[in-house]
Write a protein that binds this ligand. Structure first.
Ligand code: ZN
Length: 75
């Protein structure tokens, strides 16, 4: 993977866990990627609720990866 943390599309993979700037009302801030597409499905790591977020909104709100899924290429 030549693309590191440059600007541009963030390569999300299933089962990645991301930390967002905004906390969920339940207090959680980690989310697992459960669906990929134009919208990205996330499951709250704390309460288990699922949401759909537009990819660009997710890229904007994302702070970092907490964990990479098994499908993500190693750095
Ligand atoms: Zn939650």
């Amino acid at each position: 993977m030549t693309q590191t943390r440059a600007k541009g599309p963030v390569p999300f993979f299933l089962d990645d866990v991301v930390v967002l700037r905004k906390q969920h009302p339940c207090g959680g801030d980690t989310w697992r990627v459960v669906r990929l597409g134009a919208d990205i499905g996330l499951r709250c790591g704390t309460c288990g609720r699922r949401v759909l977020v537009a990819r660009r909104d997710l890229e904007k709100d994302m702070k970092r990866f907490a964990e990479r899924g098994p499908l993500a290429p190693a750095d």
